[in-house]
Design a protein around this ligand. Structure first.
Ligand code: HEM
Length: 157
């Protein structure tokens, strides 16, 4: 008989004691208990789901259209559509319930002549926005790691 089957066959009193011990242990280590639940949540959920993503993307794009580091590219762009596509893309890439229906990064940025400085300017604006929304360091780094490889398709100058 394995150790597990011994426990499964334990008396109700013994099982109750084990369950209680577990509850006490989780109460004694709330951070640890919380970590086991967040470990399995998607990045999308940990960012705050749709409520946060919609507002964050909207604010980021509004900011990018004003900031001297990036505003050049956003003249004459349908911002409503852009916001929808970026939100959809980030939702899909972070494990949310969305399918990205926009163009790929090479196609959509072709002809915009985006420089490396503009790309990093945009990334800084994104980091500022993530801070404004109190996104944790782990989530921030995970999101940036997902976006970083796109640089080669976006920067063309
Ligand atoms: C990792 C960084 C970036 C991501 C994830 C991203 C994502 C996107 C997405 C999803 C679209 C919509 C594609 C479509 O129309 O179907 C788009 C379009 C666009 N992006 Fe980016 N982008 C990034 C960096 C940048 C940077 C650095 C700039 C400029 C400084 C920029 C300027 C634009 C503009 C102007 C459009 C609209 C193009 C048009 O509608 O003609 N993007 N981007």
């Amino acid at each position: 008989m394995t150790d597990l089957s011994v426990r499964a066959g334990a008396s109700p009193r013994c099982r109750a004691t084990l369950a209680l011990a577990l509850v006490i242990a989780m109460g004694a280590f709330p951070a640890w208990a919380q970590d086991t639940t967040t470990k399995h949540a998607t990045l999308y959920d940990r960012l705050g789901g749709k409520t946060v993503l919609t507002r964050l993307v909207s604010d980021l794009i509004d900011h990018s259209t004003q900031d001297p580091r990036t505003r050049r590219s956003f003249q004459k762009v349908d911002l409503k559509r852009l916001k929808q596509k970026v939100e959809e893309q980030l939702c899909s890439l972070t494990g949310g319930p969305c399918k990205y229906t926009g163009d790929d990064m090479k196609q959509s940025h072709a002809g915009l002549n985006i420089t490396e400085a503009e790309f990093y300017g945009f990334v800084e604006e994104l980091i500022d926005m993530l801070d404004r929304y109190n996104i944790g360091t782990r989530e921030k780094n995970q999101l940036l790691a997902i976006l970083a490889p796109m640089k080669r398709d976006i920067v063309t100058r």
